[in-house]
Design a protein around this ligand. Structure first.
Ligand SMILES: [Zn+2]
Length: 350
């Protein structure tokens, strides 16, 4: 329904190939960044910045979103009033993403940057902070009070996967709307209307998920996923998290002991199925399923990224719908299709 909006934000004009060009150290990223800052510094002085030079309405402000989820929400609210760039490609794991030179350029040129925060995308946050530039930076996920999760023995860290609770996303939509209005006050009405329509859809989604999870027999409302990305979802919609293979970030490798402990938990909890995720290699979670003698759900969950364009999860709302379907069906519930009453924002041009 809104997929044409979603395909837009992914760096259409990048001079670099979309894949296969990776820098291998953060130092190189910084070196490239400093060079380009120095180069662009040559223009500073009485010259207007490139964006202002085309002040007769031709140049739209540049808005960069780091995660695919934020890029989707921003696209729905901003429509075509700004130039949108989404840094992460669908299916990319934000925890371990290593920035490429094109990312530095996008961040430097941006007028407004939306990032998740709570350290979801550490590589990009470091790069963004090093980049300087004139952009207003908004940690959209940090408008929500975080759950604190255990990391290692003693440390707790804020859990970045705030979008698991749709009510959190309603707050994020408000934050995106307000930052866009500040950037481009003339478009206030458009942004306000789009955000209101998106929020209305999110309200319906939130209720729908609650109803669907309730169709799972109570003793089976138990979730086992690859990494610890579903705490907000589980708390909002009444599922117990039995265990995960790895923690909040996907950087760590589970030990043989961790794998064995999870197998035991899965067996004793008698869950009917456990879940792989689209952004993570499923090999180990498959092993856990085999050793525990349970089914691996036929579809992987979208955890930290929406799906590719034209896939069944190519927007935030669709990702949440498909995940809920996958979970409910694998745990023995019965799904009623999601049929929102509201018009999607992109279909209502003023
Ligand atoms: Zn994650």
């Amino acid at each position: 329904m809104t997929s044409h909006m979603i395909t837009a934000p992914h760096r259409p004009q990048s001079g670099y190939p979309q894949s296969g060009y990776k820098i291998h150290s953060y130092g190189q990223a910084i070196a490239g960044l400093l060079l380009s800052v120095w180069l662009s510094g040559c223009n500073i002085g009485s010259q207007p910045a490139p964006n202002q030079s085309a002040a007769n309405g031709a140049a739209k402000p540049s808005v960069v979103s780091t995660s695919t989820i934020l890029a989707d929400l921003t696209a729905q609210i901003a429509a075509d009033e700004v130039q949108l760039i989404g840094i992460l490609e669908p299916g990319t794991d934000p925890h371990v993403y290593e920035p490429v030179p094109a990312d530095s350029r996008d961040l430097e040129k941006a007028d407004l940057i939306f990032y998740n925060g709570y350290n979801l995308e550490p590589g990009l946050i470091k790069l963004m902070n090093a980049a300087g530039g004139r952009a207003q930076k908004v940690a959209v996920g940090e408008v929500v009070p975080p759950l604190q999760l255990q990391k290692g023995q003693r440390e707790t860290v804020p859990d970045p996967h705030v979008w698991g609770n749709v009510k959190n996303v309603m707050q994020m939509v408000t934050a995106i709307r307000d930052a866009l209005i500040e950037l481009s006050p003339d478009d206030r009405d458009r942004f306000t209307q789009n955000a209101a329509q998106l929020t209305a859809q999110l309200e319906e989604l939130d209720q729908w998920i609650t109803q669907q999870i309730q169709t799972i027999p109570p003793e089976k409302r138990r979730l086992v996923t690859t990494h610890d990305a579903f705490q907000y979802y589980a708390r909002a919609y009444n599922l117990d998290i039995i265990g995960t293979l790895i923690g909040i970030s996907t950087e760590e490798q589970p030990s043989a002991q961790t794998v064995q402990r999870l197998v035991e938990s899965v067996k004793s909890a008698q869950v009917p199925a456990i879940f792989a995720e689209t952004t993570i290699n499923p090999a180990l979670i498959k092993t856990v399923a085999q050793e525990a003698g349970v089914q691996l759900a036929p579809r992987s969950l979208y955890s930290d990224s929406i799906g590719a364009a034209e896939s069944d999860g190519d927007s935030y709302i669709k990702m949440m719908v498909v995940n809920t379907q996958t979970i409910v069906e694998a745990l023995g519930g019965k799904v009623t299709p999601f049929q929102p009453q509201r018009t999607p924002p992109s279909a209502s041009q003023k």
